[in-house]
Design a protein around this ligand. Sequence first.
Ligand code: KIV
Length: 272
Amino acid sequence: MSTAKKDIKKVTTHQLQEMKTRGEKISMLTAYDFSYARIIDDAGIDVILVGDSASNVMAGHDSTLPITLDHMIYHAQSVIRAIDRALVVVDLPFGSYQGNSSEALRSAIRIMKESGAHSVKLEGGSEVIESVKRILSAGIPIMGHLGLTPQSIYKFGTYTVRAKEKEEAQKLKKDALLLEEAGCFALVLEKIPAKLAKEVAASVKIPVIGIGAGNDVDGQVLVLHDMLGITKEFSPRFLRRYLNLYDEIKGAVGQYITDVKSRDFPNEKEQY
Ligand code: KIV
């Protein structure tokens, strides 16, 4: 490791807790490969999520269900090689933790050991609490994920806002407390009413990171390819696009094709 790397203060779960306490918002984005992880770490992102959204944006599936533990480890290894500062959280993929707590622990250990990641994330509350406790008992930090949990999309049947009704909102609040009590270091709340997210963030001491959950939470997460405008079809209300990379890249590639076909590229300075 170079000296420069050693000098950079790494983000820890403890620091995220302190950020919540002093009211400093936490920034989080997904990344799945070395090159993008390098850029967003260099930009100063606090948390990088190697999300199972890789199943959609990297592999082209229409849900997060097909991605495997081996795939997640591959993505996580690439991200870990790139980062100097950010805390790296890796999603436990569908089917790797719901069966029983021993399998959940085995999956989490594989991620930590084979990728060098700093923590894992999993979806659900009371349904997976045994797995949560077992993983935590091995010293592996967990970020919970409630609200719209894409691994359950075939149960929900739709990607619309969750927990609008009282019963589901009550369960979500209970689950948040349960995950905090078990020892999770943070929670993601996805696509729920802002008022409910605010209540949850105020009711737990651990940081709550929102996606489509309003501004009264402790931080925000977006899928990198969505906020950069690489994915075109996906435009939910909560998404802010900071670039239109799809069109920019298409334009650049179009120009390259033109330059090659017209023999403009390479010119004399671009050859040996
Ligand atoms: O996989 C993912 O990208 C996620 C975020 C949407 C929070 O879980």
